[in-house]
Design a protein around this ligand. Sequence first.
Ligand code: FER
Length: 254
Amino acid sequence: MKPVPEKYLSACESAGTVEKLTYGEKFLLLYTPTKPAGRVLYLIHGGGGDQYAFFCPAFLNMVDHMIDSGELEPLYMVAPCFYDPKETDKTPASSGIAVKKFTGELREQVVPLAEGRIGRSFTREERAIGGFSMGGVTTWYAFMEALDLFHWFLPLSGDCWVCEETGGGKQTEATVQALVDAVARQGAPDFRIHAITGTKDIAFPNLDPQMKAMAARPEVFGGKVRYDVMEGGVHDYETIFRYLYNALPEWNTQ
Ligand code: FER
């Protein structure tokens, strides 16, 4: 896992633009790169976070530099927020309820609004979704319910909570069976998953057994899932940005 180059932390001469698009009481942020882009990544924040968790200088400067240097094919990025604007309870229990409902909002509001603004609709091969922690939990729900929308899934330090909170660790077999069933229910289209976490991450004991149990189902996941663990990696955004620095250039190559 390469570290993010020091200079990628400061502003890039060639910087994409960020727009705020509102729907009802909510809003999303849309990043448009300086070069023409043919794909879009939906990025979901963690528990207690919001649209700005990923759309902060450290991350956007990094992406600007990666695109500018040619190491990353240009992409649009969209950052919504899974919380209801009136929600003050940001505990895992409350966040778990919010993310369980969020796939519907993604499908009905977020994707149409963002792609309407971009001026074209993308194919599933041109769409990816990823997130950190509760955003990783959100990514697993999107995998279970919206394989028609997305082809590439990047759950970062977040397991699948479809059975219960941190169920990837507590109910590993039932969780993986639910994922297997969800693939079949959706007609088993092609997909890619790239899950990443670190050995010192609080989600490691939940995600690691889930990924190992998924590897034991090659008839469903063989050749479609990549799982990386960074030695010493912790549960924070700085670490997650490093994972994305390494993973984003792999889009469409894995
Ligand atoms: C995990 C996935 C998400 C986890 C924690 C979270 C402890 C989120 C916690 C929070 O939002 O406070 O596997 O493991």
